[in-house]
Ligand binder design. Sequence first.
Ligand SMILES: O=C(O)CCC(=O)C(=O)O
Length: 295
Amino acid sequence: MTKGAGLEGAARVGGGTTVVADRAVRSLVQNGYCVFRQVLAEPLLSELRTLSERLCAAEPAERRERRLSQGTMLSTMVDPAYAELIAWAPALERLADLGFDAPTFTDGYVISKPPHSPRLFWHYDWFAWGDDSAYEPRPPQVFLMYYLTDTSPGNGCLRVIPGSHLAHNALHDDIGNPHAESLSRAEDLSLPAYSDRPDEVDVPVRAGDLVIGDARMLHAAHANGSDAWRTVITLWFQPDFAALPERVQAQMVRKTHPVPDTWPEAAAGKVRSLNPAYSGSAEAYGRDLYRPRSR
Ligand SMILES: O=C(O)CCC(=O)C(=O)O
């Protein structure tokens, strides 16, 4: 199958080589996300769960308070063990099947929602809304989310608003700064950022499934009503870095988490080989460009 086959209006975006990949491309472009089953295998899944739970449990309580809505949040640069997941070949193969064979990686987060913690607020993770490319079908940036335990609405599974990566949604007019500190602190759960939406969809998964989502899509998570921590690792990839406008390329390079010098060369090399590079002089977009009401 040729690139972009059958994707009218989404010309040259992906183009899977299998029925599964084809369906996934269609879902990523039309809905803003797709799910691949059982991509992260044992023993890596259990190793990362044990490591992540240990690191998150060691976080000081006051940092947790600051992020009550998200949960404990650490950069994946906190331990070289995450390099294996960042460069996980089965995931890179899924991206290649979608038509993205030269993706770059900028940053990743270990996010663990404590037992009995509130909802994660509605937000998007894209900030170059002043650039016309933000309104094109090709995803400029995607998350690769690996939940390390099975998820359901009862323990904080992902919620998404299909199509909100491209189409204006009523929520865009209500959330303003989608990463405001007061939202992180879950100060006022009656705000629209925590609301039930008529067009939302739950994305429950099994541990080891891979959710790929467009950074522009509105997403959130249910409250964790269970007695156990619920951990996700979110990795940010640019599926076609070379096709991004230069100001966005500069923005992506600027936000890249540097690999610590202390990492073993094997782990460091895996991540650095995926990091983007930009040598031009375009000014990087800031992180303050929210989606305008009008578009
Ligand atoms: O905690 C979750 O389930 C989702 C995390 C998230 O929205 C993000 O990493 O952008």
